[in-house]
Design a protein around this ligand. Structure first.
Ligand SMILES: Cc1cc2nc3c(=O)[nH]c(=O)nc-3n(C[C@H](O)[C@H](O)[C@H](O)COP(=O)(O)OP(=O)(O)OC[C@H]3O[C@@H](n4cnc5c(N)ncnc54)[C@H](O)[C@@H]3O)c2cc1C
Length: 505
């Protein structure tokens, strides 16, 4: 399979050079799946689950034979916690993490969050990445997704009916769509020929878990001294004699392979004058600070999500959150396309909505990285911003950015709430998010005189004059964003058509 068979037009969003096969219908294998997802990280697993809510036949192909073992603690921010609540997963996830205050994340400037953040889940959840990945994968499998491990996607070809996906062992599978959730070095993105412009890594950091050969007091004193000049440097006890070690790398290698214990020892000696007797590593990894955004998220029947579409330094802990939220935005739209009720442009709203959000995250990480510099200029800006964050609105703006609750999609003219997500409010059955587990639209109707008519197979209707809302009626998309506000049935019908297609006969 290669990228030069460009002889027919893809259905939309075409770019020259995209894989496109003119093969006639008779030559093609049956479309065994509706969607194949490359990569079972958090983005791929979340997307699989979202698609299964709509009975879409999903296969997830994961190149690793075993789930990841290295224990990187990640933070789930407010919007991701809300998504988990909207799908009935939050209680399960909370058991495995530690709740921490929501503030103090922008450039690690230590300011508490404003008390009245607009969310019922206004905290950060620290949770090991392998655990959140396992919970999301289990959720997808419970809903009926198939996950095949040890299967690397190595090629694909798309035509007017579907995509033929090739695996490393030569097996070919067919589906109607392919989504690359295959991480920063995405094979799918590269094969698509989609540009990934941005800045390469300027620095690299080594990270791992290992045992040490010196007493804790010695480590504490040395680490405090080093951290005055080297931001990414720590040796933290992780229980049972294991230490989490983070140290700047000697240079930028941009390699996928993990570093060696010798790399750690050498860098610890170079920076601290001692290697602390580190030995017996549990796992070793490296990460850079490259910042890149895919030029497009869709080429015909192939889409990109998560780190495959955007990468940035981990400052502020946003990457996993961003990917899971991409999946949440894409899932119902792709399902609608497959089920046949999607309005013509619905699938393209995925890129229209999510590309700018990723651009904004890239920008805020660029800004945060500048603020971490130990140079006098950035340090002065950091002091100034620290002062400005004493103004509630500044602090709130930055927290809403990092936690993604400030996102407003452009749905056109309208009240400020239009295009924003609705917080988890109380309705007569209990928390609103409890009514969104099935991933359907919802009309929240305080007038008790509107109807969802021919859309009732896709949209639920809750007539509830007690709902804690200050508008008469609103329409929520399956991702919890407000698609319409008003009280007029005809206007509502127009908006139901805009988001949910033609009414059933
Ligand atoms: C030190 C550090 C700390 C971080 N902290 C946070 C944090 O606090 N909060 C946060 O939100 N984010 C954090 N991140 C970022 C987060 O880890 C990533 O953004 C997240 O893992 C992206 O998820 P993903 O599913 O898109 O990609 P990945 O997690 O990279 O998953 C991609 C999957 O695709 C598989 N794959 C690759 N190629 C193929 C192929 N050809 N065929 C089949 N499968 C394939 C891979 O094996 C992998 O399982 C941190 C990152 C680092 C480095």
């Amino acid at each position: 399979m290669h990228s030069q068979q460009v002889t027919a037009e893809p259905p939309s969003n075409d770019v020259p050079g995209a894989l496109w096969s003119p093969a006639s219908g008779a030559d093609r294998a049956p479309l065994t799946f509706d969607v194949i997802i490359a990569g079972c990280g958090p983005t791929g697993a979340m997307l699989a689950a979202e698609l299964r809510l709509h009975d879409v036949r999903v296969l997830v192909l994961e190149k690793e034979t075993e789930p990841k073992s290295f224990v990187r603690i990640v933070g789930l921010h407010i919007r991701s916690l809300e998504l988990m609540a909207m799908r009935g997963l939050l209680d399960r996830i909370l058991q495995h993490g530690r709740q921490r205050p929501a503030g103090g994340f922008f450039a690690a400037i230590n300011k508490p969050a404003p008390k009245d953040l607009d969310s019922a889940h206004a905290y950060l959840l620290g949770i090991p990445q392998p655990v959140i990945e396992r919970l999301l994968e289990e959720h997808a499998i419970e809903l009926g997704a198939q996950v095949r491990r040890g299967c690397a996607v190595t090629g694909f070809e798309q035509d007017d009916e579907g995509v033929t996906v090739e695996l490393a062992d030569g097996e070919r599978l067919r589906s109607r769509y392919l989504v690359g959730c295959d991480g920063a070095r995405s094979t799918v993105r590269k094969l698509l020929g989609v540009g990934f412009p941005g800045e390469p890594s300027r620095t690299e950091t080594l990270m791992g878990e290992m045992e040490v050969g010196v007493p804790q007091e010695e480590i504490t004193a040395k680490v405090a001294e080093i951290r005055e000049t080297h931001q990414p440097f720590w040796l933290r006890p992780f229980g049972e004699g294991i230490y989490s070690v983070v140290v700047p790398a000697a240079g930028v290698s941009d390699r996928a392979e993990p570093p060696t214990l010798e790399d750690f020892q050498q860098q610890l000696r170079a920076i601290a004058g001692t290697d602390f007797g580190v030995h017996s590593p549990r796992w070793l990894s490296r990460f850079g600070d490259a910042t890149r955004l895919a030029e497009r998220y869709r080429v015909g029947r192939v889409l990109l999500a998560g780190d495959a579409a955007h990468i940035h330094p981990p400052i502020g802990g946003q990457g996993l959150n961003l990917g899971v939220q991409d999946a949440f935005n894409l899932g119902w739209k792709l399902a609608a396309q497959i089920r046949g009720w999607a309005p013509e442009t619905l699938l393209d709203t995925y890129q229209a909505e999510r590309h700018p959000v990723a651009g904004d995250v890239l920008d805020n990480t660029r800004a945060q990285m500048e603020l971490l510099s130990t140079e006098p200029g950035p340090q002065a800006v950091r002091r100034l911003l620290t002062e400005l964050m004493d103004f509630d609105e500044v602090n709130r703006h930055l927290i809403e950015k990092i936690t993604a609750i400030g996102i407003r999609y452009d749905f056109g003219e309208g009240p400020d709430l239009l295009g924003r997500r609705l917080r988890d409010i109380d309705v007569k059955q209990g928390p609103l998010y409890g009514l969104l587990h099935r991933g359907r639209g919802l009309l929240l109707d305080r007038t008790e005189r509107l109807t969802v008519g021919g859309w009732s197979d896709r949209v639920d209707h809750l007539a509830d004059p007690t709902a804690a809302l200050d508008v008469p009626c609103l329409l929520l998309r399956p991702d919890g964003h407000v698609a319409w506000i008003g009280d007029d049935q005809r206007d509502l019908d127009d908006h139901l058509s805009r988001w949910f297609g033609k009414p059933a006969a």
